[in-house]
Design a protein around this ligand. Sequence first.
Ligand SMILES: Cc1ncc(COP(=O)(O)O)c(C=O)c1O
Length: 386
Amino acid sequence: MKERTKLVAAGRPKRRPFHPVNMQVERASTYLFPTYDDFLDGGKNIVYGRLGGATHRALEEAICALEGGVETRLASSGLQAVNAALLAFLRAGDRLLMTDSAYDPSRKFCQNFLARFGVETAFYDPEIGAGVSDLMTPNTKVVFAESPGSLTFEVQDLPALAKAAHAGGARLIVDNTWSAGVYLKPIELGADVVVHAGTKYFSGHSDCLIGSITSADEATAKLVFQSLLQIGSNVSADDAYLTLRGMRTLAVRMRAHEETGLALAKWLAKRPEVDTVLHPAFKSCPGHLKWKRDFTGASGLFGVILRPVGKPAIKAFFNALHHFGMGFSWGGFESLCIHVHPEKNRSATKWAKEGPVLRIHAGLEDPDDLIADLGRAFDTMKAVKG
Ligand SMILES: Cc1ncc(COP(=O)(O)O)c(C=O)c1O
């Protein structure tokens, strides 16, 4: 099956006369076992609400088909998916290699939470590639990658990271949220685990939080399941339903996000206010050649480094935006633009650029309207400066 067909077909209700197109929302804490023997048996698939029911299984099937893994499990948010995946493989005395470009709350989980339980985190330069093998130690159990980084957009060398991790007896976990699983297949490149913030493109409508963890093999899947089970993770059936509904249109939405993102990025690159555009499809993006090698497209999230400008001018720019909202997260139908501070979230590398950094999420509006919006905001900014 081709990708777009998989996204339409996976996790649909079993065929029977007059079956609905969509899997129903199955809300339940308690599932009743049909017989005493079934109760003793514990059930193989659906036993208790916290472990999910038919709606959850359907969504897991769709994500698993997209990522090409052996099993997918849901988490209550993208952050929980990251954290539960890490907890599945790490214990006191272990060490974790974490990309310096990681989503900041994932970073903080390692620095604050894992550290309290005796797990050491070493941050590495996202562009290190095969050089990560020099950082491996006998107690390194996980290499964590996020490609591209969701603030600074460095594209990582996943095959090289997988090779180094496996040679040292560690697993490679990849946060694949940026590509929505449509444009990058980490498991084919050697990853053991793929995590997603389904909050972004999977659900696609900015109205629910959800995460997923997909494993490349059965032994890994077992550890992931135990981790989610033991931390008491729960996903509402309504959120699973909304996310599955979003996935039906994921491939076509991604094409639109990509086209609009590229149109905005090309326009921005020509503006005098702009220093650098950080878009993996641009040569100015660190790791651009790896993007060309490993990805089949780009999502709508990218960065823009402005030439240095004062705070009142930046304030005027943001307040002048009309179509771009200012808010956290991304991946919804609506465009977003926020001011980010990569210099605050680095330890292995230094953020050397001086100008303000914007993170833009290209939504599904007409690109002409978005470009006009940015143009007006730059004009307002100039007036304040001037
Ligand atoms: C790359 C990445 N991973 C994980 C997350 C966490 O997802 P959630 O907000 O669903 O916890 C985010 C959120 O912005 C993200 O950008």
